[in-house]
Design a protein around this ligand. Sequence first.
Ligand code: FAD
Length: 334
Amino acid sequence: MSATVTVGDTTVACAPEQTVLDALLRSGVWMPNSSNQGTCGTCKIRVRSGAVDHRTSPEATLPATERDAGFALACQATPCGDTVVERPRTDDGRDRDATHALRDLVGTVTEVRDIAHDTRRMLLTLDTPLEFSAGQYVELTVPGTGVRRQYSLANTPGEAKLLELHVRRRPGGVASDRWAFGTVAVGDRVDVTGPFGDFTFDAESTGPMVLLAGGTGLAPMKSIVRQALSLDPRREIVLYHGVRTAEDLYDSGFFRELEAQHPGFRFVACLSRESGGDREGYAPDAFVEDVASAKEYTGYICGSEAFVDSAVKACKRRRMSPRRIRREKFTPAT
Ligand code: FAD
């Protein structure tokens, strides 16, 4: 049965089995979203009228009491007939109507390169360009499986036919270990859906920026930093890259070159398990040591859940306004 979803003044069609989030984003209608896996709760909507099938919505993110109170996860729920929903409020108070429309594309793997002991850079060339904002991610369908996994884009929106991905190996992982570190070959054709996510560069902000990246959380930062510097080459930006040991570091040379070209940009490599790098210890701690007050800063944080939680605390400790803190958690698939 076909259905519609209405949010605000906009109504879109929703095909059978299509989630509320997918229907809205494909029509270019914005809805807060992050993991698209039912694990983060960013797209928790209130159903104003009509009904939804919650399908695989996890109890941990959407407890029974919330379902009974009319809440649903837009990335999991499918409408049962015509449904009116309300957008959730975002932590940073953002609200807008339009977004880059979600699309299904096909890419060809053109390069696979080891860049750290457990990290690979993969370049894919798309058949048609993808419109996205710096910081967003795509979902790949891992070839030979029906499995979908999310990877942030390290390329800039100006490089719209290229996808630069940084993939960290997870032992036994369907996407990372078995494919990206296993069977992948140049020439592989890969189904790609995107762009997703609200972890985007804030082009309206003008003050200093701090970026805190844990591991491959560096990928979206590479896009965001270049986007910011292309708009204001003298912008005050500090990027902390937190990893365990020197062999986890990658792309440091790239960021050193940016430092040489841009007087306001600083790159700080933080090693938590050995000496060396620019700093010993955790990246959020280095930021707290360096910056007495972050009131004027905009913060961008990306990495594992633990890294993001600790970096958000660090930013708040230094009085950064919660509205100016943007974050992306690399949550594992359920
Ligand atoms: P799976 O088959 O899902 O898992 C294999 C094993 O590894 C399991 O035991 C699982 O519990 C464990 N595992 C998986 N992930 C983790 C983890 N994060 N921490 C601890 N144990 C784990 N990853 C990148 O490398 N680069 C990116 O740019 C990137 N961007 C992402 C963006 C978003 C929005 C999200 C939600 C995730 C992102 N990820 C990124 C994570 C990525 O989507 C996969 O989850 C990751 O590559 C593991 O997938 P897999 O299929 O190899 O492992």
